[in-house]
Design a protein. Structure first.
Length: 387
């Protein structure tokens, strides 16, 4: 009888341990970073899956990655992360053109939100954050240094240096860097444009008055020293709603011309700007979304993509609906804020194939960035969660 009681106790303990272990297993999980290369026909060419070892498995804390295609046809990835111990850092990865992981680097203690990534002519990489920091890496992923854009800017009249929130960072044809940002220390001149050499030397800066530019206005520095601004306005005309106003300013911030944009085939539309670009002959491309609404079915109307072209005097050359993603210009895919919207142009069959590729079980998928590649194909950067 005693042995039987002991056996029952042992079985009970083992059962509790098994249940407890099962609870631990079910409450833990993993996340994966995925890079999927698509052919021009949008079927899967290859997928690379990288387990985010040591990362927090919470979706809200998983890395929000960004990537660019590199000069060798591969990809450079960067994202800030939280680990299982509550620490944080920056992770960078390099994928070659065949989808193989070349290297992975982690830099503990760094935090922020990535604005954009650039590759230098020497093969190195630049990571800009919205908080105004620049991280520099050589071609092998080793960190060369960091810079605070705010520290480079001239002192404000009242002393001290303005805190800059970056809005954009781009390479110019003259091999310099131009950044735009909100000057958080000066409400009267909230927008700042600064030009740097590739080694971080400040070459020049300009402030624009608050009456000309709102701190949240999308803007694009252009070749003649002026800006292209993307503003919005409302109209009560048929097909009205929120429309887009493209303004061109000169180097002094004065408005030279403005041009309204907006397409609506229904009773009401809201138009949202996705990106702007300047061509070599100083004409301008604009990509925006038209959210069409109808009194009959207000909650189930399609979202249309529109590609508009303006000449150097602001006249609209064309304003066409985009029916296929291949009709979009290459530059729009490098606008980080628009890439998640462009994913909606991929047909459902292709997306289902991407989601099913190299998966285990039934994960939750999040797609961070979408690129058009130099060979006419596409690449998707995503995160998968297993619970």
């Amino acid at each position: 009888m005693r042995r039987r009681k002991i056996l029952i106790v042992i079985i009970g303990i083992l059962t509790i341990i098994a249940i407890f272990a099962g609870c631990i297993e079910s409450s833990s999980g993993i996340t994966e970073t995925t890079v999927t290369k698509l052919y021009s026909a949008k079927n899967v060419q290859w997928m690379t899956v990288i387990e985010n070892t040591g990362y927090s498995t919470s979706q809200s804390l998983a890395p929000s990655n960004r990537f660019i295609q590199t000069s060798d046809g591969g990809f450079f990835i960067a994202g800030f992360f939280f680990n299982n111990s509550g620490g944080f850092g920056l992770r960078t990865l390099k994928i070659d053109s065949a989808g193989n992981l070349s290297w992975e680097k982690r830099f503990p203690g760094l935090t922020g939100e990535i604005l954009t990534l650039l590759q230098r002519d020497d093969g190195g990489y630049l990571v800009f954050t919205r908080e105004g920091r620049l991280f520099m890496f050589d071609s092998s992923g080793l960190m060369e240094g960091t810079q605070d854009i705010s520290d480079k800017i001239n002192q404000t009249p009242g002393g001290g240096r303005p805190q800059i929130t970056l809005l954009s960072a781009l390479c110019t044809p003259s091999n310099t860097l131009t950044v735009t940002g909100n000057n958080n220390a000066n409400v009267y001149r909230p927008v700042l444009i600064a030009t740097f050499s590739r080694n971080g030397t400040l070459l020049g800066e300009r402030n624009y008055p608050g009456g000309t530019i709102d701190a949240s206005t999308p803007l694009l520095p252009i070749q003649d020293g002026g800006l292209l601004l993307g503003k919005s306005f409302s109209t009560d005309k048929p097909g009205g709603g929120k429309q887009i106003l493209i303004e061109k300013t000169d180097a002094n911030g004065l408005v030279v011309w403005d041009s309204p944009l907006g397409i609506c085939n229904f009773s009401f539309c809201n138009n949202d700007l996705l990106g702007m670009d300047e061509s070599a002959n100083r004409e301008y491309d604009v990509i925006y979304q038209s959210h069409e609404q109808s009194n009959r079915s207000p909650g189930n109307m399609p979202v249309k993509f529109v590609h508009a072209e303006l000449d150097r005097n602001g006249r609209v050359i064309k304003q066409d609906m985009v029916t296929d993603i291949s009709e979009l210009p290459l530059w729009i895919f490098n606008q980080d804020d628009s890439s998640s919207e462009l994913i909606n142009l991929i047909d459902e069959r292709t997306m289902n194939a991407v989601i099913a590729e190299k998966r285990r079980g039934n994960p939750v998928n999040r797609f961070d960035t979408f690129l058009k590649t130099g060979d006419g194909g596409y690449a998707l950067l995503g995160t998968r969660y297993y619970f």
